[in-house]
Design a protein around this ligand. Structure first.
Ligand code: ADE
Ligand code: ZN
Length: 326
């Protein structure tokens, strides 16, 4: 019983969560009512019943539909505050939050509305709960390189409100190389770089994220296990992998958590971390991910400390700020 208590209370960082994926069905309905949006679901229960996914795309279709209720700055603020309260309760001392501006700007929501709502929540949460929270702007990879460049231009007036950029959405058929030039531009601007790779896609996409995009962390990366040379490279460079166990289970990457490869990745010397991805859709926040993964795989206190330390060391916080946690 002491390992679950350790998992719950140990200080940790969350490095892979999409704020739009924290929208609980109850909040989706409340925001729909507030904004006069009609949903194609009769009730909270009917919406939650639709959360039966077979792969990444089957999830993304429902996730983008849920985000359609976000219209006003206060909607983004309320969504982020609800997540940050949960994260603080889970002893998250630092969170680096993805947001998908194109999901909103394509519906006519101004970039300023999105960023100001989220950024104000990060500041208020820090003041209220002491949690350090920053934003990472994520490009949608099913859209074009040109759309990513336009999104970057639209966001640059708010440059001080985000620390880095990421790449998410439909992985298969959208290799990292498609965004090589926009990532190079972001690097020149001094932004931190991360990308989803090897969630459903092949090891070649992880190599592409490392070599073509020059990322500092790989989001997911679990398919790296298929390539021994890549495994050696990731271990030798201590490249952080932000792994999301409940996401992988619900999207049928590892349908049974007992088969999840995180214990093997950790044993092979990879710098893995545990994260929630889209907690409202996948059945749990970050502590639920630790608790269910440890219950299923039998890992213990040694792995718990290692995972927490990995998460704190893989943040984009300044060394001075990190010194407060490590
Ligand atoms: N957007 C939100 N969650 C995602 C995931 N797990 N993979 C790719 N894009 C996402
Ligand atoms: Zn993700």
């Amino acid at each position: 019983a002491h390992v679950p208590a350790l998992l719950r209370t140990m200080p940790k960082a969350e490095l892979h969560m999409h704020i739009e994926g924290s929208l609980e069905p109850e909040l989706i309905f409340a925001l729909a009512q507030r904004n006069g949006v009609t949903l194609p679901y009769a009730s909270v229960e009917a919406l939650r019943a639709a959360y039966a996914f077979t792969d990444l795309q089957s999830f993304l279709d429902i996730y983008y539909a849920g985000a359609s209720v976000l219209l006003q700055e206060v909607d983004f603020y309320d969504m982020a505050m609800a997540y940050l309260a949960r994260a603080a309760a889970d002893h998250v001392v630092r969170t680096e939050i993805f947001f998908d501006p194109q999901t909103h700007t394509e519906r006519g929501v101004p970039m300023a509305t999105v960023i100001h709502g989220l950024s104000r929540a990060c500041k208020d949460a820090e003041a209220r709960w002491g949690i350090s929270a920053v934003l990472i702007l994520s490009f949608l990879r099913h859209l074009s390189e040109e759309a990513a460049f336009e999104t970057l231009e639209a966001a640059l007036p708010y440059r001080e409100h985000f620390v880095g950029i990421g790449l998410d959405s439909s992985e298969r058929g959208n290799p990292p190389e498609k965004f090589e030039r926009v990532f190079a531009r972001c690097k020149a601007l001094g932004l931190h770089l991360v990308a989803h790779a090897g969630e459903e896609g092949p090891p070649a996409y992880v190599w592409g994220a490392l070599n073509a995009l020059q990322v500092e962390r790989i989001d997911h990366g679990v398919q790296s296990e298929q390539d021994p040379e890549l495994m050696r490279h990731l271990a030798a460079t201590r490249m952080p992998l932000t792994v999301c166990p409940l996401s992988n289970q619900k999207l049928c990457v590892f349908p049974d958590l007992r088969d999840h490869n995180l214990p093997r990745l950790l044993a092979a010397g990879l710098n893995v971390t545990v994260n929630s991805d889209d907690p409202a859709y996948f059945g749990g926040y970050v502590n639920d991910n630790y608790l269910q993964l440890f219950a299923a795989t039998g890992m213990g206190a040694v792995q718990a400390y290692q995972l927490a330390r990995n998460s704190l060391e893989a943040t984009f916080a300044s060394p001075a700020q990190q010194a407060a946690w490590v």
